[in-house]
Every structure is written in C-alpha cells, then in structure tokens.
Design a protein around this ligand. Structure first.
Ligand SMILES: [Zn+2]
Length: 346
C-alpha cells in the first residue's frame, strides 16, 4: 500500500503537528549531556543505555520514566537547546507549523523558573526557524494530578507569556482519579485570556473523561480521545461540535492504551466523521517521528494521499493561531500539497 510515490509524498509533503511534548522530544544524546552538566544520575552511561530506558508496560510506567528523565532539564539554556534541536528536526520533516507542549508543574515542582523555561524554549525555536526550522508556538500542559490550586499561578504565567508565543492551555498527566470538571473555572479564565483550549482525555479513561472535557472545559481539541468510540452518543457530539481528535497512534500502542494496530479505533473514528489529526506525542519516548506516524497511517489504517492531506489541513484549521494566520497557513498548505500531488502523480 505504501507505493514509492506515496513514500516520497509523505517525506516531502508540508506537515502540521499539534500534539508534541518538548520534554518527550529530547534526543538521548542531549538528555545525557544535560544530565551530566546538571548533576543528575540517569543510571545510564552512554546513548545506547539512555535509549534502553524508553520502555514501559503501561501508561503509569511511561509517566514515571517521563517525569524522572525530565529532571535533567533545568535552565533556560537547556530548554533553548531542546527547542532549537526540535525546531530543526521538524523543519527537516517539512513541518510548517507545530504546537509544542511544556509540562509546567513537572518543572516548577523542582524549582525551575517557568518564565525562564518558556523564554528559553521560544528563543531556541526562533533561532531554529531562522535557519529552516518549523514555526512553533507553545501550549502549557498542566499536570492534572497537581490539583487545581497551583494551576492559577501557571495560568498567570501563560497569560503573561502570550506575546512570547504561548497560544494554548491544556491538562495532561494521569486521567485516573483526576476528572476534568474541577478545572472548569481555569479553562474559562484561559478562554477569556484568548488562549486555545485542549485536554488530554479518553486515552486511559473512557467516555466520562471526554464528556467532561467537552462539556465542562469547552475544549476544541482532544489529546487522543480514542476511547470516545465506547459511547455512540459521544461520537455524535464530537462530530456535531467539530471537536478535533489529535491522535498519536504509536504512543497509544506503546502505553498500552490500545493492544494492537488492528485494535486501534482510528479507522472507526474517521468513518464516523469525527475530525482528526496525526501526531507523534513524545517522539523519543515512542521511537517515532511525525513522518513515521504518517507512514504508519498508510500501512495500518489504509490512508491514501487524500486522507493525509485532510489530516494536515484539519490540523491547520484546528491550530491556536489567530484566525487570519490560521487561514493563511491553510491556504499555503493547500497550494503546496496540490503542487506536490501534481508533481508526484499521487
Ligand atoms: Zn500528550
């Protein structure tokens, strides 16, 4: 199914990524270098040993490894290095625009200066963009497990850093025992500040978590959302409200959210008319890239060039850019895609 033309199309096509964690994109080499400099013992002596740390039996174990390794990232310059490398990597994958998440509490809880982290990240992304890297904006992904109280201070930083490129507000972390509803006032305040709204939901917990995210939080994008298929009424609600599912296929496999490629609900979600995008989530932690996720969508879900283009254009429309920039991005992507399809005859 993956013809040489389609393979070439996937490599060269302009892309958009909406679900990508900065901490989850750190390369083993950089992680090792930062850990050494910041005096953190990773329990690994070389890149191969670092790479061997990225294995999990379930979502809880993934989260533990993720939080543990992120401790190597401390100073503004660390975030700048991560962002610079990621911006360049995305550019090489022909990503024209990406929204990258930072997990603020993970850093704040160990004394990292969040403004310095954001400032560093945006400096790194801007530096990369000047030499061919992707255009990147930031989303703060608040760890729901920390409760609502510290979130107000984080939201304050998000608002203050909007001119530096913070465009969205999200909740992430473990859904179990941490339903969306208590976060409703925070999301209302984030919306009033002009931030785009999304939530990780329906990854580990079923439809109740997704209902909470769309009803109580008023989000326009769901991180994962794959468990919506357990409730037909929910699928109808998502389609009618145009809520976009940012799906991360390999992530779902490796955290055990789905047991196999055959069991992944993406084809049913697509058939039900719910808009969706394809994403890498934590490329280092899940041994993948956005380009690879597009390839896997062809191999495992039967995507053709039309489906891939739809995913890219849906991502542009669902981005948290201001309306005019969003429309301009969509227009330029559509033109680029059309030209490339004509050239490659796909
Ligand atoms: Zn995520």
């Amino acid at each position: 199914m993956l013809s040489p033309q389609l393979e070439q199309f996937i490599r060269r096509m302009p892309k958009v990524e909406l679900h990508l964690h900065l901490e989850g994109a750190v390369t083993p080499r950089t992680l090792l270098a930062l850990a050494r400099r910041n005096g953190l013992d990773l329990g690994a002596r070389n890149e191969a040993e670092v790479a061997a740390l990225f294995h999990y039996r379930d979502f809880g174990e993934f989260l533990t490894v993720f939080m543990d390794l992120a401790r190597a990232i401390v100073y503004g310059e660390d975030f700048e290095r991560l962002a610079y490398e990621l911006g360049l990597d995305l550019g090489e994958q022909q990503v024209r625009y990406a929204e990258v998440m930072i997990s603020p509490m993970q850093h704040l809880s160990r004394g990292v200066d969040l403004r310095e982290a954001i400032e560093g990240a945006m400096t790194g992304f801007a530096r990369a963009e000047r030499v061919g890297g992707a255009r990147v904006r930031l989303v703060l992904d608040y760890g729901r497990g920390y409760g609502t109280e510290p979130a107000w201070g984080v939201l304050e930083v998000a608002r203050a850093m909007q001119p530096r490129g913070v465009v969205g507000w999200s909740i992430g972390g473990n859904e179990i025992g941490h339903p969306p509803e208590p976060f409703a006032p925070l999301f209302a305040a984030a919306r009033a500040a002009g931030l785009g709204l999304m939530a990780h939901a329906g990854e580990v917990v079923g439809p109740t978590s997704v209902w909470g995210a769309i009803n109580a939080l008023g989000i326009t994008r769901l991180g994962h959302g794959i468990r919506c298929m357990d409730d037909p009424d929910l699928v109808v609600a998502l389609r009618e409200r145009g809520v976009v599912l940012d799906i991360c296929p390999t992530s779902n496999l490796l955290t055990g959210a789905v047991p196999s490629w055959e069991a992944h609900p993406l084809p049913h979600i697509r058939a039900a008319g719910v808009p969706l995008t394809i994403n890498s989530d934590d490329p280092t932690f899940f041994h993948t890239t956005l380009t690879e996720e597009y390839r896997r969508a062809v191999i495992h879900f039967g995507f053709n060039a039309d489906d891939l283009c739809t995913a890219v254009l849906t991502a542009a429309s669902a981005s948290f850019l201001p309306p005019e920039s969003r429309a301009a991005l969509r227009r330029s992507l559509a033109a680029e895609l059309e030209a490339l399809r004509a050239e490659l005859a796909v």
